[in-house]
Design a protein around this ligand. Structure first.
Ligand SMILES: [Fe+2]
Length: 95
């Protein structure tokens, strides 16, 4: 499963405004609780000893999660922005 924040509208990626992590869950059809597939953090956002946005390195909020399942279900992705908080989206997985 490919997860990317800001596919339609790019999210800012600066020292002051950035995505800190993405988490992916899967709720198998007919089951009660979603299972965590993976968690990815993004730890560099342009900060440097010279100040904010002075580095040439910016972690990009993109993740690939690979898993096997024999059931259809719902993928639930969450992402955390340091300014706007928690975002979530869902997608159906049909087997
Ligand atoms: Fe944001």
């Amino acid at each position: 499963m490919f997860v990317k924040v800001g596919e339609d509208i790019p999210h800012p990626n600066t020292t002051n405004h950035h995505i800190r992590w993405i988490n992916l869950f899967f709720l198998p059809e007919g089951e009660k609780f979603p299972l965590e597939i993976g968690y990815c953090t993004y730890d560099h956002h342009g900060e440097s000893p010279e100040g904010p946005d002075k580095s040439t390195i910016y972690s990009e909020p993109v993740a690939i999660f690979v898993f096997k399942t024999e059931k259809s279900g719902t993928l639930l992705a969450t992402a955390y922005c340091n300014i706007h908080g928690l975002w979530k989206s869902e997608a159906e997985l049909k087997i």
